[in-house]
Design a protein around this ligand. Sequence first.
Ligand code: ZN
Ligand code: ZN
Length: 183
Amino acid sequence: MSVALDFANTVACPGCRVDDGLATSQDIERWLRAHRRELGPWDGPIPVAALRRLRTTVRQLFACAVEEAAPDATCLVAINRLGRLAATYPRLDWREGRRRKVIVAGKENSRDYLLASLAASVIATVAEEGRVRLRKCQSPRCTHYLLARTSRQIWCSPSGCGNRARVARHYRRARRRVVPVSG
Ligand SMILES: [Zn+2]
Ligand SMILES: [Zn+2]
């Protein structure tokens, strides 16, 4: 699971018939709550504009990664600047005879930390060169990306775009079997 992929896929998709998942601040809050575990603690006001801007940057980076094209320099600068904020450091906590190592976010500002942990996931996803491959869904009407584990994985979802493609193929074949009646 990549929270960055999920984040990029919040855009509206005519193929999957879904609306923009970050359209209102309530939508954004819902999305953040659903990803709280991956994004870490966050309790400040939601950086709505910064999140929407970040999504545009992420999709530009994803598009370049898929097409093996060089990204715009401003995209790289933007993501790396946010990624830097994700730095954590260990703190020695020594209280009442108990010694503990506590990992602390590099920035006290939780607003930055939220954007930073998203950026960290984006960097990991784009730089991934292992078994998983970032791809654009093959459906022409779909705006979604996927992380493919095999070369045969080409749809954002087997039950969504994959199933629609199968059904369309079936109808095309069925139509071809119908012999036209000549008059
Ligand atoms: Zn889609
Ligand atoms: Zn799709």
